[in-house]
Structure formats: C-alpha cells, structure tokens
Write a protein that binds this ligand. Structure first.
Ligand code: ZN
Length: 409
C-alpha cells in the first residue's frame, strides 16, 4: 500500500514538472541557435523528436562553426506546429539553416503523426486512402517533379493536418515543396476529431507601484519563456512584492496561457520577443512584421493584453524594427549571461555587482538556475537601495523626471 502511494506521488511530481516546450537559445561568436520543440505526454514521440533535433543541432555545429574565419554568423532556427486530435497528435518541425557558405538557406519540414493509444507513428498510407494519395502525387507532378521519381518518395511525404486543410511537404535536395489541400478533398481512412480550443479573457496591465522620481530604480527582464521555471519565478516575485518584464515567444503563448494570465494579474509586464526566435534583422520587412504581429495576436488572444514592448532577438535592431507602429524597442544594460554561466552565485554577481539607476537586467526564464538565483538577486538589489520595477514603470519614471526638469527650469 505504502509503496503504491509513493510511486503515484512520484509520477504526479513528474507530470507537473514536465516542460511543455523545450527551448535552446545560444549566441556564439559564429553561431546563432534558436530552437523550440514540443514535449508531449508521450515519451516515444518525445524521444523521436529529441533525437531528430539533437542530430540537426550537432550537425549544424559541426558544419557551420568556422571559428572566427568569417564575420557573418550562421543561424539555425527550429520551430514547430502542433495539432491535437482525440486519438492523434500531429507535430511539424520547421528547420531553417542560413550561412554565408550556402548559396541558398536550407529550409525543410519533418512531421510526425502519432497514434496516442498504440504509441506509434502513423504513415501516410495508413491515414489517407490510395486515391487521395494519387491526387496528392499529381499535384506534385504539376510542380515539375517526375512521377517515377516520386514513387520512391511517397514514404517521405511529410504531412500536417489542420482543421480545414492539410499540408503536404517534400524535401528534395534542400528544397522544400509544399502543397495545401482542402480536407474535403481528402478521404481519411481513420476518423480524426479535433480537440476543443480554449477561449480568451481580458486582462490589462496595472502598475502596483507609487513612483517617486527621487528614488533609484532598476528593471528585471526575462527572455525566451515562458517555461516550467516561470511559475517559480512568478512565486518569488510575488513573495517579495516586486514585478518583472517578460519578453515571450509567440509560439509558447498558447501552451503557457495560464502562466501569462497569472503573470499579468500579479502586475508583471508581458513583452514581445518574436514568434520563434528567428534572427529578425536577417528577415525581410514582411517577415519581421509577421514575427511581431503574430506574437502580439497570440498574447492578445489568450490574455486580452496587447504588448507595447519589443525585445528583438539577439539584441539586433534595424530600421524596420524601429518603425513598427506602437512598439517600443527595449534592450538591456546588464547581461547576466545566465544561458552560459551554470552557477547561481555567478548569475547573482553578474546581475548585481555594478548596478546603477535605470539599469535593465537581462535574464532568461528557461533555466532552473535563473529561477534559483532570483531570490538572492532581489535581496541584493534591495540591499543596494534600488526599487525594482517593470520596464513600463521605468519609462514612466523617465517621463516624470523630464517633466520635473522642464517645470523647474
Ligand atoms: Zn532571446
């Protein structure tokens, strides 16, 4: 009896602490890496995806690290889409690699259609009837692919099923061919029922602070989240009655909508950190706008809050970013480098050792060590006589001071 309850307890702790999105962000001298991939309740599926991502990551590091021989950085970005059905879960990994050594950036898609009950992957022939597959093949032929050639590729067709339409992908010689089909034109061999969506609520940002222009202020900011460690961070902030600013990734908003609502309710600020951590200044105008707008839309859809702060990925800014309407760019003045330094004491000292009024501290709420360092960081900042505020409050103080200056002169 005792044994069983112990095992159950262990299992429950296991589930509640399971990360739902894995994030790897690295900024090297030569390499920029931004990876987001899902962690589902299904271990078999997780292992398959993790292995794929690990291979891509290692391969990228091996092939594109030219250690200071070039000025231009190489970039790896992995993002994903997910559709959840009653019986299945469908994941598509979207892989982008760009490098000065490539004539054209590499872009390809890997998809997984997972049968929950049997814990196995389903291939296209098991899911879609022969006739529909022939029609899909024909659309590919229209895109100048030889049908005989295609027969060898049939098992390599990647597919992602959405509510009304399905996407089929073929990766041939580093080239991605995509064709979209209306679901009405496809005969599915198995019934696919979608899981219900969750509706939105309205929350607005209200400052908890009475601002006094004669005090000293700093802002703590977190990038790349939310993650499972965000909950811990929110608890620490609340315990010490301080607020922070979280620059989140759009593709994590749906998954962590509860944490975001709670964060806003506590008086924290949510900002925009792009949709999937692409190196924004390398994108064209339209793509940059899409990264920013899509993230704002996700945040508004699930929390009701519309962000006004934008932190560009890797801190790189260009004119397009500066010109985005209603968005203020926020960089940082203190870099904890918590993605690199593994020790709590190092993170605490980097965050607090040379603070001055108006500083913005950069951290990442995707590391346990960062969550663990926060308590000491807050204590040390307060000990040095600073007030901790959000970036919006910091901007408000700057305005108040300017106003005071004009009035007194
Ligand atoms: Zn980042």
């Amino acid at each position: 009896m005792k044994k069983i309850s112990l095992i159950l307890l262990f299992l429950c702790i296991g589930c509640s602490y399971q990360e739902r999105v894995h994030t790897i962000i690295e900024e090297d001298e030569n390499l920029l890496i931004g990876i987001n991939y899902p962690n589902t309740p299904y271990n078999n599926l997780n292992n398959i995806i993790k292995m794929e991502v690990d291979n891509i990551y290692k391969d990228f590091k091996k092939k594109y690290d030219f250690s200071s021989t070039t000025i231009e950085k190489s970039e790896l970005n992995i993002d994903y889409k997910k559709t959840e059905f009653e019986d299945y879960i469908n994941i598509a990994l979207d892989i982008h690699i760009s490098s000065i050594t490539l004539t054209k950036p590499i872009h390809y898609v890997k998809t997984y259609f997972f049968y929950k009950e049997k814990q196995t992957l389903t291939n296209i022939k098991e899911l879609i009837d022969e006739e529909s597959i022939i029609a899909i093949k024909k659309s590919l032929v229209k895109q100048n692919i030889n049908i005989h050639y295609l027969d060898n590729y049939i098992n390599q067709i990647q597919f992602f099923i959405e509510k009304d339409q399905s996407h089929f992908y073929l990766n041939i010689n580093n080239e991605l061919i995509e064709f979209v089909y209306d679901n009405n034109n496809i005969k599915f061999l198995k019934p696919i029922t979608f899981k219900e969506e969750i509706q939105k609520v309205d929350i607005f940002y209200i400052s908890n602070q009475t601002l006094d222009i004669h005090k000293k202020y700093v802002a703590i900011t977190f990038d790349d989240g939310p993650s499972i460690y965000t909950k811990n961070i929110l608890e620490t902030l609340k315990k010490h009655n301080v607020n922070a600013t979280f620059f989140v990734l759009g593709n994590k908003v749906e998954t962590y909508q509860d944490l975001l609502k709670r964060s806003l309710n506590d008086g924290n600020v949510i900002g925009n950190h792009s949709y999937n951590h692409k190196w924004l200044i390398k994108l064209n105008k339209e793509e940059i706008k899409e990264q920013v707008n899509k993230t704002n839309e996700e945040i508004q859809k699930y929390t009701g809050y519309i962000p006004t702060l934008l932190r560009p990925t890797y801190g790189s800014v260009n004119q397009t970013l500066k010109n985005i309407p209603n968005m203020d760019i926020v960089l940082w003045t203190v870099d904890t480098m918590d993605w690199k330094y593994k020790s709590v004491s190092k993170i605490v000292s980097r965050a607090t050792s040379c603070l001055k009024d108006g500083d913005i501290i950069l951290m990442h709420d995707i590391y346990k060590r960062t969550a663990n360092a926060l308590e000491k960081i807050i204590a040390e900042i307060k000990k040095q006589g600073f007030e901790i505020v959000t970036v919006l409050e910091l901007k408000e103080i700057q305005k108040l001071r300017k106003y005071e200056q004009i009035n007194s002169s």
